[in-house]
Design a protein around this ligand. Structure first.
Ligand code: GDP
Ligand code: MN
Length: 342
């Protein structure tokens, strides 16, 4: 899906002329990674690239979260990678595990049905815990309280380009609330009733729907049907004050009460995306074109030769997901045109 029509895009100039040595102004921001102890090798690889491509010049802290205590080995191998502060936190059980008010028989029946339909992660309870945690709880963790902006990083992702400007300061100065690199379609089977819940919420709380919102990113018919578009949330640079605010708090609680994180398999990506698109103005959502990013199986490679060169990017522009997607659509249209002609 294309980005919201009115969303902004950084492309030129931002990195040029930046003094790489001295960064006196800093935002109130941190990296955050949710990981298991077994994710250590991938966590190290991701952090190493984020440090090399950006953070060794900026020195933003890192916060690692896990529902289990991190091992000494994990802490040792992560801490060696940076001079910046690194914090390791355990997630409170009440923020992670399936709540007792969820009807486990109903949840289990849904998981079994999804397994038989080969829905990805369809049978996994821990994946559902993770999605609910990322939707409604990570920004409530004690270690994140001091911070406003975060950059979400996952194990085994890649940062393909030098980032010579400060995306956090950009967010702050431009009053952005949500930054992304890749957009995607959600599997409908995992969110069967999510849009009904969203429509009910909008009816009950019309005051939270922002003027100038990006409903046209989510729906091709003014809101009656969700087109499944979302920002791929394994990369996010965003403002936790937005998640902590009245609108999103009410929204998350409303969704949580429906039980869809367990009775279906609602992902944090559609939940975050729908909220950002509806409760903020579309110009508060930002496409970070110059941040080359890869999470298997998709890559965003900066478009525009100048941007790609300035970033010393290691990705192939021809294989960027956006490009792939538009060439697919254009190719498809070409086939239709040919058929029409014939
Ligand atoms: P995918 O990207 O949707 O395939 O999901 P991932 O397996 O990459 O999980 C998303 C993020 O949550 C990654 O940062 C994982 O390390 C983390 N994660 C997933 N499941 C768990 C879990 O059970 N415990 C912890 N601590 N982290 C998890
Ligand atoms: Mn992942």
């Amino acid at each position: 899906p294309p980005p919201p029509s009115n969303s902004s895009q950084t492309d030129t100039g931002l990195g040029a002329g930046t003094d790489l040595g001295i960064h006196q102004r800093k935002a109130n921001a941190t990296f955050v990674m949710l990981a298991r102890n077994s994710d250590i090798d991938g966590a190290v690889r991701s952090m190493r690239e984020a440090e090399d491509r950006f953070n060794k010049k900026f020195g933003y802290p890192w916060v690692f979260l896990n529902e289990e205590p991190f091992t000494d080995e994990f802490k040792k191998r992560i801490s060696v990678l940076t001079d910046a502060p690194v914090h390791f936190g355990q997630i409170p059980a009440s923020h992670w595990y399936q709540p007792s008010w969820i009807d486990e028989d109903r949840a289990a029946a849904s998981r079994n049905a999804m397994v038989s339909e080969n829905v990805i992660y369809g049978g996994s309870v821990s994946y559902r815990n993770m999605c609910r945690f990322n939707s409604g709880f990570f920004f409530k963790h004690d270690l994140l309280q001091p911070f406003r902006y975060y950059w979400r990083v996952e194990p085994d992702v890649h940062f393909h380009c030098d980032v010579d400007f400060d995306p956090f300061l950009f967010m702050q100065d431009q009053q952005k609330i949500y930054g992304f690199t890749i957009t995607m379609y959600e599997y409908e089977r995992t969110i069967t009733t999510l849009w009904d819940a969203v429509k009910d919420f909008m009816k009950d709380y019309p005051q939270y729907v922002s003027p100038g919102n990006a409903m046209n990113f989510l729906s091709d018919n003014g809101g009656s049907r969700y087109n499944l578009c979302h920002f791929w949330s394994n990369f996010e640079i965003a403002d936790m004050d937005f998640w902590r605010g009245e609108a999103y708090s009410a929204f998350f609680d409303y969704l949580d009460k429906r039980g869809g994180f367990y009775y279906e398999r609602w992902g944090d990506a559609p939940v975050h995306s729908i909220a950002a698109a509806l409760f903020a103005r579309s110009d508060q959502i930002h496409f970070f074109n110059e941040i080359g990013y890869e999470h298997n199986p998709y890559t965003h490679c900066p478009q525009g030769d100048e941007t790609w060169k300035r970033g010393k990017c290691s990705c192939d522009q021809g294989r960027s997901f956006g490009e792939f997607f538009s060439s697919f659509v254009l190719g498809f249209k070409w086939v239709l045109d040919e058929l029409g002609r014939g």
